[in-house]
Design a protein. Structure first.
Length: 265
């Protein structure tokens, strides 16, 4: 294993990815993330956001460049990086407790320890008391909490989340955002979130990386709203300034097209 000097927790070192058809999906992504940071990735559908999470997780090897975690090159998945998938991938026939403890069971962890650790993860996501409920009896928000608990149970240092709240109604979504910030504070984890929601990216993040259509980082925005975040910040003028900036960044290609036509209405 190559060990390199790196002050950062996570370094994406000039990553490029092309799938079998040869089309480049990520192009020279260079980004470093520090311990305890919350970074969101936002960009149009198909710009390579999920691919980047998969590279960090170790499921996809980049064509060029590398990912370093604390100076160690990533070449396979590991327990230091937990992944919360968009489609949850829960086992509907198992209870909450059995879903959360499934990974530990597969890893050969004994019953007492896996149940203790699973109950702790279930508590962390606010589902204490629901351990023996069946997945099919849960609401969408509760299922999402189970999916997060199942990842937290392995105590990852880096939590990778691919549009985890996209299927939820706004109120549930906002309450899960609060929970996520609380969990991050409690654990000190680093979170990398892929989202399509500008508001979600601003509210949760220390930095937001805006991707362009070519799989490059178009802009990297520091969100100086302070932490802990208070819900009222969502309606502040500071928040709106970031929103305007992100909307502009996400629309940059329309703007370029418009300007190149030299049109004025
Ligand atoms: N396994 C694969 N083989 C070939 N092409 C793929 C594969 N996975 C993804 N792609 C293509 O790579 C591009 C980037 O996909 P990716 O899922 O990373 O984008 P995304 O930004 O996460 O999109 P969305 O926001 O819609 O989830 C897309 O054009 C997609 O069709």
């Amino acid at each position: 294993m190559t060990v390199q000097k790196s002050a950062s927790l996570l370094e994406m070192d000039h990553i490029s990815v092309a799938y079998d058809d040869g089309r480049r999906v990520l192009d020279d992504i260079h980004l470093t993330i520090e311990q305890g940071e919350f970074v969101s990735i936002i960009g149009k559908s198909g710009c390579g956001k999920s691919t980047l999470l998969n590279v960090i997780a170790g499921y996809i090897r980049p064509k060029h460049g590398k990912v370093l975690v604390q100076g160690h090159e990533v070449n396979k998945p590991g327990p230091d990086r937990g992944f919360v998938f968009q489609d949850l991938a829960l086992f509907p026939w198992l209870s909450v407790l059995d879903n959360v403890s499934f990974g530990l069971r597969m890893a050969g962890v004994g019953k007492q320890e896996r149940h203790e650790r699973s109950r702790e993860a279930i508590r962390m996501v606010g589902l204490a008391g629901s351990e023996h409920k069946s997945i099919s009896d849960l609401s969408g928000g509760m299922k999402q909490r189970v999916a997060i608990a199942r990842t937290l149970v392995t105590k990852p240092n880096i939590l990778l989340m691919d549009e985890p709240f996209s299927a939820l109604d706004e109120q549930t979504r906002e309450s899960l955002q609060e929970e996520l910030l609380r969990i991050q504070k409690e654990t000190g984890m680093t979170v990398i979130l892929v989202t399509h929601s500008i508001d979600e990216a601003i509210y949760l993040s220390d930095r937001v990386a805006v991707f362009d259509d070519q799989g490059r980082i178009h802009n990297l925005i520091q969100i100086g709203l302070g932490k802990p975040r208070i819900p009222e910040i969502r309606v502040s003028s500071y928040f709106n300034e970031y929103k305007k900036q992100l909307m502009k960044d996400l629309r940059y290609d329309f703007q370029e097209e418009y300007e190149s036509q030299g049109s004025g209405i």
